[in-house]
Design a protein around this ligand. Sequence first.
Ligand code: ADP
Ligand code: ZN
Length: 632
Amino acid sequence: MPRRAQGPNESVDASIAKALVGTFGLTSLRPLQREAMLAGVEGRDALVVLPTGGGKSLCYQLPPLVTGKLTVVVSPLIALMKDQLDGLRLLGYPAAAAHGNLTPAEKRQLWRELQGDSLRLLFVAPERLFLDGFVAQLTSLDVGAFAIDEAHCISQWGHDFRPDYRRLADLRAVFPNVPFQAFTATATPRVREDIVQQLRLHEPEVHVGTFDRPNLTYRVLPRVELVDQVAEAIERHPDAAAIVYCISRKDTEALAESLRKRRIDARAYHAGLDAKERTQVSERFRDERLRVVVATVAFGMGIDRGDVRLVVHAALPKSVEGYQQETGRAGRDGLPSECLLLYSAADAAKWRQIMERSAAESGVAPDVLQAQLALLFEMQRFANRPQCRHSMLSRYFGQDYPHDDCGACDVCLEELESVPAAHVIAQKILSAVVRTGQRYGMRHVLDVLRGSRTQNVVDRGHDAIPTFGLLKDFSASTLASFVDQLIDAGDLVRTDGEYPILQLAPVAREVLSSERQAVLVLPKRALEAAPQRTRRKKGRATAAAAVAVRGDDSTAEMSQELFDHLRAVRRELAHSIGMPPYIVCNDATLEEMAAARPKTTAQLLDVKGMGHKKVESFGARFLAAIAEFGSA
Ligand code: ADP
Ligand code: ZN
């Protein structure tokens, strides 16, 4: 039987509130946190699906403080645990992690603490869990609950399937009476069902949060000039942190270098770098000493920096789940941020190749590969459809989106411009493909259209065909984007394989005969950083500034200045304790501080995110900084 706390919910609520303020310095719960915590405190199985930044960790961190029992948190990555652990320790929360890197002495210490019942959270990776009789040792403890983080990893229909997670079901047999709570940020209805089944959850409560992230502006634009577009996006957010995702390691290095040439502080990050360099890049980014990371998807898990203002996908991600997760790293502090996807039809073909190759090499089951390809197809549809991005994302995760115009996506902001004479341009492109015999790749067709007398063009006599040089006024990258759009529209086909060639689809005849008008678009120049709803007058989009837009400008500048100053203080404090700045507190807390300007410890305690322990450790320094500023 699941354990149930004595007494009515009011007293549980009071205990939750006490721990919330006392330990975490927070005064209110986010949507569904209360429900999730009640399940935790009262010992019921639950599946909690909250978007990135929704506050899942708190849902399993808080209940053990109320029940006084140990919760075992299963989490896929050591980096992810370490970050949380550092944060918890600063709060004075008794937590520890069991992982392979512990020294024998640390291991002994850990078990002493566990047996002494002084810990409330124990983090462990699934592969660790099933080593060396670990589970058997756990049975000797009074485990109050299991929390399964990133629970979608258990499903092969998910985007991040990890076979190790499958074994978690075995735990259920060993701990039949201990409640299990599963947490994830990205789960389609199908994956949700799979989690419940695989983990053998007993009549679980299912809490699904709102997926929409209203503070994010989504843009999906044709990739025309990659470096220009990325640099321009970064400059839309002066001084702010950005993550740029690429498909391949090589791409990350090339793009980081091009950005550095434009004096943008960017470094590449991927699994092929040596461990030292990887650590260096992620630590520099974390400590706000590096502005832009150009990375493969290897980067991000465990990067908890809340003030990332921009996430760029330099190419199509391989699933909507991945896209949601990666873009979710923007604006975790709730402040306006941008997610830009630069898309070319070639990306999907590239992914297909990668997936098929890696499936063949690692011998995954054919249905796992099929599941991956299906997720890729959904992502491609998302990128291609000219529909509100907020709405499409919500619906993908099984939710309605109640607004017609989100005011925060490329479609609703009407940021694409139709190209004049698109139809004629499309006809010229299609006809060049036909005239060259439907036997060449994009590069050759573009050479012909742009009138380049390359060796290949001359050798094949293609400088003599009527379409030669017909579109010489367009840059190669603009034409490549047009070709992509014709592929997306279904008029052109690009074959898969190492040397893809362009061919005409049967429906292209409708365009050639003008039965149907072709449409081509290009991104408008000069996009704005923040969504219209929260757009402010100039500079960075921050809540302090957004508040200030309503007030007078001088107050705005003052609190922005104080905010910048407090950020510097936070960096200093973080440095002094050897931790990343966001562990000290997040931007939202600093903005509240900058706006409220507390003078006393008691006033500082009222600022969201400043609990007793943090005020004790950092309060004096912050108060001094605010006081100094006031008299400046
Ligand atoms: P998730 O794991 O769902 O992506 P986190 O648990 O990392 O999200 O929480 C994201 C941020 O929100 C963290 O900085 C956390 O401290 C903060 N947070 C969580 N719950 C609350 C709350 N009730 N009030 C204020 N901040 C919160
Ligand atoms: Zn929209």
